[in-house]
Design a protein around this ligand. Structure first.
Ligand SMILES: [Zn+2]
Length: 466
């Protein structure tokens, strides 16, 4: 399955190329003009002029409309720009494509990307964004909706950076990882007809772990700050950058990572400083954390940080840090990190609150055998897996079919104190069971449900208690 996914991603890899040309300007009348028409200012109801080359199919126009209106809703507005959409092979725009190839030192693969034209002093064209979309689509793997989400998100990332100094230039892994993460979340959260719904984040996390296993000396870091290093050998589609951004969201939250307004701060203090200020850690600290996280965790632990919801409005909302059900987890963490209910303190009804399960490293969405969900047999008898049959009618005295009568003030498996006539007070919880602790002798007893023996461990020997 993994191999299959990997091959799929490789086969349909799309090179999303973002061009920075046109943004390294000193103050010019053109730039002042751009500012005057609101090029860099988000407004709640922007006018978007869309034009399409003749090679663009109608369904792409619908897709773009959907992305624009969804993004305006999500981000509380947009930028009053003109957008021109064309197939990558459109002859009229080939010079720009070629210029991009020269600038980047290689020929772009057939792909999709965003550029801006008419923004430099000598460019007499009307300023607009140009989105190139790949004309060909592989059957069953339509991804133009993802392309639009990716490229249109770049507009939000870039708008605050008009006339940026070089030090404000966002790192490529942040830029492309952000756009790729956004595209993935967007397509998964938006109703659409496309059979290809983007890879999910858990699969990308697993692929990343495979990559680290395959390349033991690989370290994510400064190399990924540039276009040439963003996809090291064996990585496609900005997958590594997407995972890094997902981990950054795990350390912080999705709003903090994907809401692009903070880029304007980079304009003032440089990107590295803005990063440190915004996330509360330097980029180097982040690289170290990220590499350690992927290297030193099991694949299961790594996959667990994938968001448990793909509802973008939730992910991009200001995190709700209230704890409605008082289970020790914020509403945001319940919905986004754990997939638990924010109005039920024990989402899986196993007698452990969600917060306690997270604290103990247990699964808050999977039932743990506990007295509250012990199977009712009939005539006041219950059966708990591993513990056996017990009679509950005379609670807090219970009769166990192996141990006999025991007393327990609260049948709570997380902290189970009980009194036996022979042994006195004993204790266990779900992580030490089937061992009991005998308080009087300070020794451990091994419980066997099958033959109702209790074995006392003493000086290296087990002796039967019955
Ligand atoms: Zn991109």
């Amino acid at each position: 399955m993994r191999q299959h996914i990997f091959q799929t991603i490789k086969a349909f890899s799309v090179s999303f190329i973002y061009l920075f040309c046109g943004f390294h300007l000193s103050a010019t009348s053109k730039e002042n003009y751009l500012k005057s028409i609101g090029w860099d200012e988000k407004v709640s109801n922007p006018t978007i002029n869309k034009s399409f080359a003749s090679d663009v199919e109608d369904i792409r126009k619908t897709d773009l409309d959907q992305v624009i209106s969804d993004f305006h809703m999500l981000f509380g507005g947009g930028f009053p720009h003109s957008v021109f959409v064309t197939g990558a092979s459109a002859a009229a725009n080939q010079p720009l494509l070629s210029a991009a190839a020269t600038l980047l030192g290689h020929t772009p693969e057939l792909g999709s990307y965003l550029s801006s034209v008419g923004t430099s002093t000598n460019d007499s064209r009307n300023p607009q964004f140009v989105i190139f979309i790949e004309k060909e689509s592989v059957e069953g793997h339509e991804h133009q909706l993802a392309v639009f989400a990716h490229e249109y998100y770049h507009i939000y990332q870039n708008a605050p950076l008009l006339d940026q100094p070089e030090t404000a230039e966002p790192y490529t892994w942040v830029m492309e990882g952000g756009a790729a993460l956004m595209e993935t979340l967007y397509v998964k959260s938006t109703p659409n007809q496309y059979p290809y719904k983007q890879e999910n984040i858990a699969e990308l996390l697993a692929l990343c772990k495979d990559y680290y296993d395959q390349y033991p000396s690989f370290q994510f870091g400064t190399e990924q700050e540039t276009h040439s290093g963003i996809n090291p050998d064996g990585i496609y589609n900005y997958n590594l950058a997407t995972v890094a951004m997902s981990y950054l969201a795990h350390l912080t939250n999705f709003r903090q990572v994907l809401w692009p307004d903070w880029y304007s701060r980079a304009h003032e203090i440089g990107f590295a400083n803005a990063f440190a200020e915004h996330f509360g850690m330097t980029k180097t600290e982040f690289y170290t954390k990220f590499n350690n996280f992927i290297r030193n965790n099991s694949k299961e632990n790594i996959e667990y940080i994938a968001p448990k919801t793909y509802v973008l409005s939730t992910l991009l909302a200001e995190p709700d840090l209230n704890d409605d059900d008082s289970d020790g987890l914020s509403n945001y963490d319940e919905v986004v990190r754990h997939g638990t209910s924010k109005s039920d303190d024990d989402s899986d009804d196993d007698g452990f609150t969600d917060g306690k399960e997270v604290l103990l490293g247990l699964n808050p969405t999977g039932t743990i055998a506990n007295f509250v969900n012990a199977e009712y047999i009939g005539d006041d008898w219950r059966k708990l897996d591993g513990f056996g049959y017990y009679y509950e009618k005379l609670s807090p005295w219970y009769f166990h079919n192996g141990m006999g009568w025991f007393y327990s003030p609260s049948l709570e498996i997380a902290n189970f104190w009980f009194y036996l006539e022979d042994l006195g007070w004993c204790w266990f919880n779900q992580s030490v069971f089937p061992f009991f602790f005998q308080n009087a002798s300070k020794s451990w007893i091994y419980f066997r449900e099958t033959d109702s023996d209790l074995l006392l461990y003493n000086a290296g020997n087990w002796t039967s208690q019955k």
